[in-house]
Design a protein. Structure first.
Length: 61
């Protein structure tokens, strides 16, 4: 299975967007946009990077 960058990042962006919308209904909007959203973005970038490197490691002979 071969993924390009857009196909790999699109579900990640969708998950962060849905989580942000869901959290704004429970918490204050400023709290979500200033504290929660940046930490979700940083965590998703780090997890994506480690997942990509792990996939490269598993795919190498």
């Amino acid at each position: 299975m071969d993924f390009d960058f857009v196909t790999a990042v699109a579900p990640l962006v969708a998950i962060v967007a849905v989580a942000t919308v869901a959290l704004t209904s429970m918490m204050g909007r400023s709290t979500v946009f200033m504290m929660v959203l940046p930490s979700m973005i940083v965590f998703s970038v780090i997890a994506f990077f480690f997942g990509m490197k792990h996939g490269e490691f598993r795919a190498s002979p």
